[in-house]
Write a protein that binds this ligand. Sequence first.
Ligand SMILES: *Cc1c(COP(=O)(O)O)cnc(C)c1O
Length: 373
Amino acid sequence: MATNKVVDLRSDTVTKPSDAMRAAMAAAEVDDDVRSADPTARRFQEAMAAIMGKEAALFVPSGTMGNLVSVLAHCDVRGSEVILGDGSHIHLCENGGISTIGGVHPKTVRNNADGTMDIDRIVAAIRPPGGGLYYPTTRLICLENTHGNSGGKCLSVEYTDKVGEIAKSHGLKLHIDGARIFNASVALGVPVDRLVKAADSVSVCLSKGLGAPVGSVIVGSKAFIDKAKILRKTLGGGMRQVGVLCAAAHVAVRDTVGKLADDHRKAKALAEGLNKIEQFTVDSASVETNMVFMDIVDSRISSAKLCQVLGTHNVLANPRSPKSVRLVLHYQISDTDVQYAVTCFKKAVEELLKGSTEFEHLVDTTTKNSYGH
Ligand SMILES: *Cc1c(COP(=O)(O)O)cnc(C)c1O
C-alpha cells in the first residue's frame, strides 16, 4: 500500500547511507590521509584500482573534482585542448572548471542520441600537429559512460576501444567520465575493467547509483595518480580522516553493484507504466540503465506543473525541459514505489486536466539546463 514515504525520483544522488555503511563509518580505522596514512582510504583505493583494472586510485570529494583533476593532470601544459561531447557533463555542468581553473580549451563534438560522438568527427576535431601559431594542442579525449544527457545510454566496449585506438595513434590521452560506469558495465554485461581498458583515466561516482553518501574515485596509472594527488590538494580536496567516507564507499561498492540490474529493470517497468498514460510517451527501448526520460504530449500540461502536483503526492521528479521529465531509479526505490509513482502520475494528470482552479497558482518555471539540474 502507498505509504507516506517520499518516492524521490529526482536523481540517484538522493540515497541515504545504509545501516551497513553507517556501521562501517563508525568503526573505520583512520589517520591523516594528506600524509597518505589513512589505512581505510588506502585499502579502498587499492580495491578500486584492482576492480577497475588500473595501477592506482584516488578518492576525491566529488565527480566534478574527479573530472577536473583528471583533465588537468592530462593537460598540464597551457594551450591544451580537450575533445568532448557537446552534451557532456564536463562541458555543461561543471561550471566550465577545466577552462576557468585549468586553462584548458574545450573542443566540442556533437553527441548523438546514443551518447556517442561520431568517430570521424572526433578525428576531424584533432588539431593538426605543428599547428604552431594558431591552434591549441589537442591532448585529451573525454567520453561519458553512461551518458547522462542522453538518458543513461551505454557506450559499448567496441566503441570505447575504437576511441582509445584513435587517441593512442594521435598521441592523446583518453579520460572516461564514468560517473555511472558500473551501470554501463552491468547493462552491457561487460566487466568494468574490460569496459575501461582503453582509458588512461576514469572518474567513478560513488554517490550516484552505488549509494555512498559522499565521493568519487579516479583511477589510472601510478604516475597519473601521483599528479592527481597534487592537483586534488591544490583544489582543496586533501581530506584528513577521510577513511570515514571511504569506509561507506567500500560498503557501497560491495553491496550495491549487484543491485544495479534491478534498478534497470525497475526503470523499464516505470517507463512501461508511464507509457500507458495517454498524455505521456516514453520510448522504453531507449531505457538502457537507471534513467527514464518521459515526454508530455498534451499541450495543456507542462513538466513544471506536473512535477509540482506530483510533489503533493510525495513523488519527487525534475523537469528536464518544459515538456519532458527526467526520472532516475536507485536501490532505495522499490517495485511498490514504482507502481505508486505511476498511480500518482495518473492522478496528477487527472487533477491538472480537471480544469480545477486549484493549480492555477503554480508557476511554469523552466529548468536551468539540459541536464535537468
Ligand atoms: C553527477 C555527475 C558528475 C559529477 O559528480 P558530482 O559528484 O555531482 O560532482 C559528473 N559526470 C556525470 C556524468 C555525472 O552524472
